[in-house]
Design a protein around this ligand. Structure first.
Ligand code: SF4
Length: 176
């Protein structure tokens, strides 16, 4: 695993309060092919853009973070680099932080993908909160928390896996 690489769009960004609950460090993955019209981050689409880093080095950065509640994986879409994502998710939990992942895939699509590629099941098992689905311009809203459009969902992944149905994080459905 020592040589595993990850392609990132930007250096780790600590102290965010808009990318999930609490004070969080964001890891911006490079590469996304969902091509949502109105995407907030089009520079992150190119799979050859950004820069390459060793997963081991990012794990070390996670270990050395201070005063953070958790790590948020965003992009781009982290699901396009499943091996690196899984290793980093494990590092997050080893360091007693929580994990949020933003993806253009839906929870159901990821489950389906896991039938052919079991790594996606393992990824889900290491995510605390998944913000799922493509950004849809027609459903853009400032009334929803931690996401851009109303079709996207803030999902409690452990509860969803346990009950075999999507369980939303109730407190984050609407901005109050
Ligand atoms: S999934 Fe996210 S990064 Fe990818 S095109 Fe859609 S909004 Fe942009």
């Amino acid at each position: 695993m020592g040589d595993l690489k990850v392609r990132l769009a930007a250096p780790l960004q600590p102290d965010s309060i808009v990318d999930g609950e609490g004070i969080r460090t964001v890891i911006w993955f490079q590469g996304c092919s969902h091509d949502c019209p109105g995407c907030h981050n089009p520079e992150s689409h190119d799979f050859n853009g950004g820069f390459e880093a060793r997963v081991k080095d990012i794990e070390e950065e996670i270990e050395n973070l201070e005063y953070q509640d958790g790590i948020t994986f965003s992009g781009g879409d982290p699901m396009f680099q499943p091996e690196a994502l899984l290793e980093l998710l494990k590092a997050v939990h080893r360091n007693k932080l929580d994990s949020w992942v933003y993806t253009g895939f839906t929870y159901e699509q990821i489950l389906k993908m896991s039938e052919e590629k079991p790594i996606y099941k393992e990824i889900l098992e290491n995510i605390d909160v998944l913000v799922d689905g493509r950004f849809e311009m027609a459903k853009k809203s400032f009334e929803v928390m931690f996401r851009g459009s109303t079709n996207q969902r803030v999902i409690d992944v452990p509860a969803s896996l346990k009950s075999n149905e999507v369980v939303l994080v109730e407190k984050y459905i609407w901005r109050v």
